[in-house]
Write a protein that binds this ligand. Structure first.
Ligand code: AGP
Length: 605
């Protein structure tokens, strides 16, 4: 999704801006650009290829300057063509970059046309550039402050003007923006990650903030017009680059990093303590009688898995809802609800908005399960659990998912202990199972050659069905999502018992049916469902626990998983599905880490 980098310095800042864009590439984009103030006005380079191409252009054209704004664009309004790439100019006097969506851009465009502004792009961003220009009376900071009062929607912007050679002005509402503090130079970015290696001191701007960066000073004005001092935080973890090592893609690397990520996420202590979730978690947990989980995509599926754990282990009623649905429907708030948001990035616009919506409804007990400790979601919730997946580059989430599952399992066990549904012996057993998980995952990863053998057949299919039951139904959903997002094969998931209520009509030998077959209470039911598929000529691919007595035969291919892993089994069973999606996509030659149309961090609605 769109990324912003801005800088004010006394050196040529283009390499820093380009490096910032490189670090934001993983978010997904379809064009990019950079503009610096030079020769009395903004000068820019834009590309509909990769940041590397933009870099080459800046070198070829000697684009240099100390004040600049740069952008990776993920198209919303207007195709990914050069005219729509940011920075967007107004009258060749100011350059502006924007992340988010301006909802009232059509009425603003008409108003600005009436004032003589000519629009050369299809973007909603161009109205912001012209609006700042139209309101400019010699003070850029004042013009931007006035501009934002006219904007509806979500945005983060950065703007520079020819009359202010050492100033960049930024503003945010609904989209992230951070200030990076340097010595005699200052920076803006949509993610602190972009400035790794440049600075470790950051100010995370709050909703409605407008800031002015000069060489020596950062001025911030809050939504109410008051000057404010925001906390300066040190963020060290962003310095290092991320290497691919022996892997072909980041997704493959991240799949194999899961044993390490899970080791880092499992709590060190031998018991489940409320303090794992924050200082006042014990008081909050004592005051709740149900949970509402809000998330999107893969994170939503980890929430669905957690519902099974929370209701069976902690006996606490749990509702799971897609964040983008929850925020727009009437719901009945309950002061005894713990609202849990789950997110890899902690910046997903829909989940963030759902959290704010819940808070506006009066929910005070909030918890984020998140992979980015400094993210907006963590800052907005009273409790949090930090998953230590490390940076996830591949658009398709893998290690973030399994570490979320670990965090959510720990939440279920902790609540169960507090509510008296988890005995001391059970607690020890859960701790033991968690500790053994990385080793069990390694033996699942060793199945890769068998999965590669299946992927060839899959790569020639156009549709696939995933089946799971109970705790493993959300894993079937996740397996189908992985396959469709990176291989572009249409895939759907069903709880196996639903087959005969409709999807069985789709079954032919042209559509592989993937089944997750753990040795749990529903095994015999699942075996009957598999027979229903076989009887209709379907081709089954089954991941079966070794003690299930499901064996390969005509029309049924079986990969044996380790023995049944109890309630933590979903964490093991999702891994071969990740590998199947990865190798199928690789065989089809898709851009695995940056699948078409998708972005890593979805910061627009
Ligand atoms: C997963 O593979 C996705 N690309 C996507 O569904 C993702 O999980 C979703 O956008 C939510 O992101 P978040 O966890 O950062 O909030």
């Amino acid at each position: 999704m769109c990324g912003i980098v801005g800088a004010v310095a006394q050196r040529n800042i283009v390499p820093v801006l380009i490096e910032g864009l490189r670090r934001l590439e993983y978010r997904g984009y379809d064009s990019c650009g950079v503009a610096v103030l030079a020769d009395g006005g903004p000068r820019r380079a834009r590309s509909v290829a990769r940041v590397a191409d933009l870099d080459a252009q800046t070198r070829d054209t000697h684009l240099e300057g100390g004040t600049g704004v740069a952008h990776t664009r993920w198209a919303t309004h207007g195709a990914p063509v050069t005219d729509n790439a940011h920075p967007i100019f107004s009258k060749d006097e100011l350059a502006l970059v924007h992340n988010g969506i301006i909802e009232n851009y059509e009425s603003l465009r008409e108003m600005l046309r009436g004032k003589g502004y000519v629009f050369v792009s299809q973007t909603d961003t161009e109205v912001v550039a012209h609006l700042v220009h139209s309101l400019y009376r010699g003070d850029l900071f004042a013009a931007v402050r006035e501009t934002v009062t006219h904007l509806d929607g979500a945005y983060a912007i950065a703007v520079e003007h020819k009359d202010h050679p050492h100033t960049v002005v930024g503003a945010r509402q609904g989209s992230p923006l951070v200030v990076g503090l340097g010595e005699g130079e200052n920076f803006l970015a949509s993610d602190a990650l972009a400035l790794g290696g440049t600075t470790e001191r950051f100010i995370f701007l709050e909703e409605g903030d407008v800031c002015e960066l000069t060489l020596e000073r950062v001025r911030i004005v809050a939504r109410d017009g008051a000057s404010v001092q925001r906390e300066v935080r040190t963020v060290e973890a962003y310095g290092g680059g991320v290497e691919l090592g022996p892997y072909r893609h980041f997704m493959q690397k991240e799949i194999f990093e899961q044993p390490r990520a899970i080791t880092d996420t499992i709590p060190q202590s031998d018991s489940f303590d409320a303090s794992l979730f924050g200082e006042n978690a014990a008081a909050v947990f004592a005051d709740i009688d149900n949970l509402l989980i809000l998330a999107c995509g893969t994170s939503y599926y980890s929430g669905l898995t957690a519902k099974y754990w929370l209701e069976s282990i902690a006996k606490i009623p749990t509702q799971v809802e897609i964040a983008s649905e929850y925020r727009y429907r009437d719901s009945v708030p309950n002061p005894k609800t713990l609202v849990v948001v789950i997110s890899q990035s902690g910046e997903t616009a829909d989940t963030l908005a759902a959290l704010k919506h819940a808070q506006a409804l009066g929910h005070v007990h909030t918890l984020a399960v998140c992979n980015v400790a400094t993210s907006a979601m963590v800052r907005l919730t009273s409790l949090s659990f930090h998953t230590h997946a490390g940076r996830e580059i591949g658009v398709a989430s893998t290690k973030a998912f399994t570490t979320q599952l670990v965090g959510l399992f720990v939440l279920a066990a902790t609540l169960g202990k507090l509510r008296g549904t988890v005995s001391a012996a059970q607690e020890l057993d859960y701790v033991r199972q968690l500790r053994h998980l990385p080793a069990a995952l390694n033996s699942v990863l060793a199945l890769e050659p068998q999965i590669i053998a299946w992927s060839d057949a899959f790569s020639r299919k156009e549709s696939a069905l995933f089946l799971g039951r109970g705790l493993h139904y959300p894993i079937a959903l996740e397996g189908a999502l992985k396959l469709k997002e990176i291989s572009y094969i249409h895939a759907e998931a069903y709880p196996a018992g639903e087959l005969k209520h409709g999807p069985l009509a789709l079954v032919t030998d042209a559509m592989p049916v993937v089944a997750i077959a753990p040795n749990d209470a529903l095994l015999e039911k699942l075996k009957s469902n598999l027979q229903e598929v076989k009887a209709r000529g379907g081709e089954l691919y089954v991941f079966a626990d070794s003690d299930t007595r499901i064996a390969s035969e005509a029309g049924m291919h079986v990969i044996r998983m380790p023995e049944h892993y109890g309630p933590l089994s979903p964490i093991l069973h999702v891994v071969p599905l990740q590998l199947l999606a990865y190798h199928t996509a690789f065989a089809r030659g898709t851009d695995v880490d940056k699948p078409r149309n998708l972005a890593k961090s979805v910061t627009v609605e």
